[in-house]
Design a binder for this molecule. Structure first.
Ligand SMILES: NC(=O)c1ccc[n+]([C@@H]2O[C@H](COP(=O)([O-])OP(=O)(O)OC[C@H]3O[C@@H](n4cnc5c(N)ncnc54)[C@H](OP(=O)(O)O)[C@@H]3O)[C@@H](O)[C@H]2O)c1
Length: 256
């Protein structure tokens, strides 16, 4: 059985630790934040270290820190087997610090307070060399049965798609909630609509099932909505999205 060191104590570190401990893997945690270390110890009954440095006997250090700190952390783990978990950071960044390096990128949104279903999460791996690829893949396989090999170039497009799918949709829902609650309306009234939107997007090409004022080029309603919005940031979001919806309708009409 592998001995894995998770590096970092944020959202991804939490979920990786939880899953690997559930899978009976020997996990230790290395992170700089002492109060977070105590929470990991308490929740998962694992050994933790408040210094990021090699500790010996580790099969893989999984670096789950913020993207801009990956190089700094890797420099503290020289000549160790390393993987990072970032969508938009090239694997080769790690090659400056070790000759065993790779990536384990779980394509999901992770927040400590919400559970995830690892069985369904696609996990994308990349590795420096065939032997290490085998090791990284079998470790990733402890997280999820859905393992795919993806190079750094393609992974950045997957991450970009994830920003549209999760971050932007989530932001639009945050605006939705504020609009409704400011006007004494219930946020949960949108849930059936949200459900149908996701259902349609999974069944059909999303561009083919678009409805609303932008696709109809209904300028009167669009102007009315812009006035109701008032918040200049939200007006810009509304205008940019409406324009993009209208343009994509136009270009698909041109193809007819
Ligand atoms: N969250 C997601 O949905 C998601 C999904 C897939 C991949 N990822 C990737 O996973 C990685 C971790 O993301 P996250 O969401 O878990 O981030 P996060 O919750 O913001 O946690 C960031 C972690 O980085 C640590 N850190 C920051 N600067 C550091 C430094 N100089 N030295 C040591 N530790 C440092 C922080 O420690 P302190 O608490 O001490 O500041 C914290 O433990 C990122 O590469 C991200 O791109 C995230």
């Amino acid at each position: 059985m592998y001995k894995i060191a998770i590096v970092g104590s944020g959202n991804v570190a939490w979920h990786l630790t939880k899953r690997l401990v559930e899978q009976k893997v020997d996990v230790v945690l290395l992170a700089r934040n002492k109060s977070k270390l105590a929470e990991f110890e308490h929740n998962f009954n694992i050994k933790t270290y408040d210094k990021i440095k090699p500790i010996g006997g580790i099969d893989l250090y999984i670096i789950a820190v913020k993207d801009s700190a990956i190089a700094h952390v890797a420099a503290q783990l020289k000549n160790q087997p390393l993987a990072h978990t970032a969508g938009s950071i090239e694997m080769d960044l790690l090659s400056f610090y070790t000759d065993q390096f790779g990536v384990i990128y779980p394509f999901q949104t992770f927040r400590r307070e919400t559970d995830v279903s690892w069985q369904q999460i696609p996990v994308f791996v990349e590795a420096c060399c065939p032997d290490f690829e085998q090791k990284i893949s079998s470790i990733a396989n402890l997280l999820s049965p859905n393992i795919f090999y993806l190079n750094s170039h393609k992974r950045q497009y997957l991450h970009l798609a994830g920003v549209f799918t999760n971050n932007f949709i989530n932001h639009l829902l945050s605006i939705t909630k504020q609009i409704l609650e400011t006007h004494g309306l219930k946020y949960q009234w949108v849930f059936p609509l949200l459900q149908k939107t996701i259902e349609n997007a999974q069944k059909f090409a999303p561009g083919q099932v678009q409805t609303g004022p932008a696709v109809r080029n209904d300028k009167i309603v669009i102007e009315k909505h812009l006035k109701l919005l008032q918040n200049p940031d939200w007006q810009k979001v509304y205008s940019a999205l409406s324009q993009s919806i209208f343009n994509s309708t136009k270009s698909s009409d041109d193809l007819d």
